[in-house]
Design a protein around this ligand. Structure first.
Ligand SMILES: *Cc1c(COP(=O)(O)O)cnc(C)c1O
Length: 389
């Protein structure tokens, strides 16, 4: 049996995959088992920050693999400590908890918010978390509860209690929901709703969240699992909204292709998590952290300027293209509303040698941060052809 047949026989049916078996790649080019070449405009859902088989990242990971691949959190190892130092120094956050995925990073944020509120106000008094409608925060029972989309909740009730959902970009409604309620511990949001259709929040609304949080000692949690690590055109997207979250989570691109999640805690909550309050067997794995340190160190001002320039090019080209209704997003995280059904557009892109993604009925583009301009131009031409009606 080939990979497709084995997969459908033995792998749980949670994914509807595109009909392509990927075998290898280099940078932003990826190849299938028939030897076809594609320009990768999805980078493994914003994970392969510097593309496929990046030599600097491979070097960092393999050097660490040759020393010690895992030490457990009972001992100190250097890569995680250096990574946490750089994360804190470049953001102003004070402490980092390492996990293995976005959902787990969010679990840590939720536990941290509840523990902070319980310690200060009493556990029964303040435990609720407000999230936004159309959000996405993960697949565990608690992060599903945080996800403000009914279709993800169906079949899995009862979910973790204590989550309330506010309409995005409606400050008045949020004030009504959270303004007079002393049982709210935190407000959690994605600066750009990714799975929800690549929709950036309005700056005024994000500042409204910040002011409600400041007035009422409600913690502000920013989910940057997808927007983080240069994806938005700044190191973290919150930096473009004039706010300072109390807790920020990130994952996807941070590991350059290996599993990592991080929960960053600011001044208010830097000492909230104490021995025994949380943990992870694999979290902070030295090989993964050595790779992440390589990735994070290379997301510098020059690279971020290039991300913004490529974004501008793609947005301008696609906005003017026939069959394109709108282009939303930030940096190299873009959602394209197409006149044709998005499934047809993605299939046509693939026929034209471009791998693209979808989100809520839109075409979603998440190329590697260092995709060469020449490949951007080729991909845009192929996408335009696929969108044309
Ligand atoms: C992908 C994503 C998650 C979940 O991350 P996993 O690594 O799949 O657990 C959570 N939040 C946001 C905003 C995401 O985009």
């Amino acid at each position: 049996m080939n990979a497709k047949e084995l997969d459908s026989k033995y792998i749980a049916g949670t994914y509807s995959r595109f009909p392509v078996v990927l075998t290898h790649g280099r940078g932003s080019l990826v190849y299938d088992e028939e030897g076809r070449e594609y320009i990768d405009m999805g980078s493994g859902i914003a994970v392969n920050a510097f593309g496929i088989a990046d030599s600097g990242w491979i070097g960092a990971v393999t050097a660490q693999l040759g020393k010690i691949q895992h030490g457990s959190n009972l001992y100190y190892t250097e890569p995680g400590a250096l990574l946490a130092q750089q994360l804190c120094e470049r953001t102003g956050f004070r402490k980092v908890f390492f996990a293995n995925s976005g959902a787990e990073a969010n679990e840590c944020a939720i536990k941290c918010a509840r523990k902070y509120a319980a310690g200060k106000y009493g556990a029964e008094n303040r435990y609720k978390i407000v999230t936004l409608k159309n959000s996405f925060h993960g697949r565990t029972i608690t992060t599903l509860a945080a996800t403000g989309q009914d279709e993800y909740h169906r079949d899995f009730q009862p979910l973790t209690p204590g989550f309330l959902y506010a309409e995005a970009n409606n400050c008045e409604a949020l004030r009504e929901l959270a303004g007079g309620d002393d049982s709210i511990a935190a407000i959690m949001f994605e600066p750009v709703q990714g799975e929800g259709g690549v929709l950036p929040l309005d700056k005024e609304f994000v500042q409204c969240i910040a002011s409600i949080c400041a007035e009422r000692d409600i913690l502000m949690i920013c989910d940057e699992v997808q927007t983080g690590n240069g994806r938005s055109g700044t190191l973290y997207a919150y930096m473009q909204f004039g706010i300072v979250p109390d807790i920020m989570t990130t994952a996807k691109g941070l590991g350059g292709g290996l599993p990592i999640g991080a929960c960053l805690m600011g001044e208010k909550v830097k000492d909230t998590m104490t021995p025994g309050s949380h943990g992870s067997t694999f979290g902070g794995n030295p090989a993964v952290c050595a790779g992440a340190l390589n990735i994070l160190s290379r997301i510098d001002d020059k690279l971020l300027a290039e991300v913004r320039a490529k974004s501008e090019y793609i947005v301008n080209e696609l906005k003017a293209a026939p069959g394109v209704e709108s282009v939303d997003g930030m940096g190299l995280m873009l959602g394209v509303k197409t006149a044709k059904p998005v499934g047809d557009v993605v299939a046509a892109c693939r026929e034209n040698g471009v791998l693209a993604l979808t989100a809520h009925g839109k075409l979603r583009l998440l190329p590697a941060l260092n995709i060469p301009m020449e490949l951007v131009e080729k991909a845009v031409a192929a996408i335009k052809a696929a969108c044309a009606v």
